[in-house]
Design a protein around this ligand. Structure first.
Ligand code: HEM
Length: 445
């Protein structure tokens, strides 16, 4: 099927779904469907055929998956625990906790060299494994441990806990800006603006660049549908921006993460500039969209579940336990791996360079791993969720993520002890490997 849409209007199917409702819609069963087809003209994008069976042709950018992936994953667990697709040059999606765990812990058979699934494959120009383009997330053993150890001190509780007053003040300022409105945009005007400010300060980048950060994260994580040459072109301004920041820090060293990375040494050698650049990109990407999504999903939940909201108002000490359930139930991060060599694995035949889409959010909803997995239980006593991943790549920023999520919710609830979803039809969700609401109108008045 040929589907055309103005390239300026949107850069991916899920995005078009919300931006161009006259092109995409729902059928009577609630499935996402394409309403308009036609010939491709200049400046128009050809979009992918909608998925008909997620077991054999899955696509995480398909509008149905973007709108509500949970029934898809439950169906896959029932009939096809490792789904397959020929899209993206061949990929697998394990929908069970056991499958996700096994692959996440297996660095012999899978490489993290590229963790965002796209149409390309690492070429000869890309930094070879085990370093990868964004250490440590793209590094394999043994280099991974060295690169990870380097950044861990910056994210330890001792380094992160002192940030709490500044995060609280930031949330207060953002809420002040919304004062007087009956309906607030809780994703775009609140959740979105919290993580970049914190990361920008940690890296020592100019305050005026918050919006630049958000564009960068969007390019890296959400533009997977762009052809490879356009993807590379989209990265050029990012490279220029980071090079400017690195040069500025080389000329004017200061007490921040960028200077720390520029001064760091491995075996008496300063880090390659590609390593510094890659780690800075990683910290932006890993720290912004992810936490924005977690804050947004939690507010989306509370806006529709007044009894959970009331419990947090009445029992503020419940917040840390509730945070873990928000993270389990609405886990925002899915990562990718590449298969290292042809093999039989989890009962399927994998080929070298097939992708694995590692669904930590799907693992968190597996009923064999969690009692009442599909129920949100705000005081769930035992909660060994995998929202932060598993194995050697487990999230290095979890202390910061939990701090931001807790403070953002505490401050929102303190300001608005009662709120509800203003218009469910206006809520939109991100497309790609990070899942969270991008438009979230909440009635507070
Ligand atoms: C709710 C928010 C967050 C979630 C759910 C989350 C989730 C994850 C997951 C699932 C991984 C594992 C990736 C893999 O296995 O390939 C990961 C890795 C990582 N995350 Fe987070 N993350 C969050 C916030 C943050 C923040 C705020 C930072 C720091 C600014 C951060 C920094 C990192 C880093 C550096 C890694 C790579 C660790 C390694 O490869 O050893 N994350 N994160």
């Amino acid at each position: 099927m040929r589907v055309v849409i103005d390239a300026d209007l949107c850069q991916g199917q899920g995005r078009c779904f919300s931006i161009a409702p006259d092109v995409f819609g729902f059928d009577e069963l609630g499935n996402g469907v394409v309403l308009v087809t036609g010939e491709l003209g200049e400046g128009e994008l050809e979009l992918k055929t909608p998925v008909s069976d997620f077991a054999t042709d899955f696509d995480h950018t398909d509008p149905t998956w973007v709108a509500d992936p949970y029934p898809i994953w439950e169906d896959l667990r029932q009939r096809c625990p490792v789904a397959h697709t020929e899209r993206y040059g061949g990929a697998w999606f394990p929908a069970t906790h056991a499958g996700v765990t096994q692959i996440a812990k297996d660095t012999e058979n899978f490489t993290s060299r590229t963790v965002i699934m796209n149409d390309g494959r690492p070429d000869e120009m890309a930094l070879p494994s085990p370093i990868g383009v964004a250490p440590p997330i793209t590094s394999d053993p043994p280099f991974h441990q060295i690169a990870r150890k380097l950044i861990l001190p910056a994210f330890s509780p001792g380094a992160i806990n002192p940030l709490e007053p500044q995060v609280r003040a930031l949330c207060g300022t953002l809420l002040d800006r919304l004062a007087g409105r009956d309906v607030v945009e809780a994703s775009w005007d609140y959740a979105r603006l919290i993580p970049p400010s914190v990361i920008r300060q940690m890296l020592g980048f100019p305050e005026a660049d918050t919006e630049v950060f958000i564009d960068i994260v969007h390019t890296v994580t959400e533009s997977v549908d762009l052809p490879m040459d356009e993807r590379i072109a989209a990265f050029e301004p990012i490279e220029e921006y980071f090079t400017r920041q690195i040069e500025d820090h080389q000329a004017n060293p200061r007490d921040d993460l960028t200077t720390f990375l520029l001064n760091a040494e491995i075996d008496g050698q300063k880090l390659a500039v590609e390593h510094v650049f890659g780690t800075m990109i990683l910290i932006l990407v890993a720290g912004i969209d992810t936490t924005w999504s977690a804050i947004g999903s939690s507010l989306w939940h509370l806006a529709q579940n007044p009894s959970d909201l009331q419990r947090l108002v009445d029992e503020p000490d419940l917040m840390p336990v509730a945070i873990e359930e928000f993270l389990r139930f609405y886990a925002p991060v899915t990562m990718a791996r590449l298969v290292k060599h042809d093999m039989e694995y989890l009962g399927v035949t994998m080929r070298e360079y097939d992708w694995i889409l590692l669904g930590f959010p799907a693992a968190n909803r597996d009923p064999t791993a969690f009692a009442d997995a599909d129920r949100f239980i705000i005081d769930r006593a035992e909660n060994r969720h995998v929202a932060f991943g598993l194995g050697i790549h487990r999230c290095a920023g979890s202390n910061l993520a939990r701090l931001e999520l807790r403070v953002a919710l505490e401050e929102f609830i303190a300001r608005y002890p009662r709120f509800s979803l203003a218009d469910p039809d206006q809520v939109t969700w991100s497309q790609g490997q990070i899942r969270g609401p991008r438009r979230l109108p909440i009635r507070v008045g």
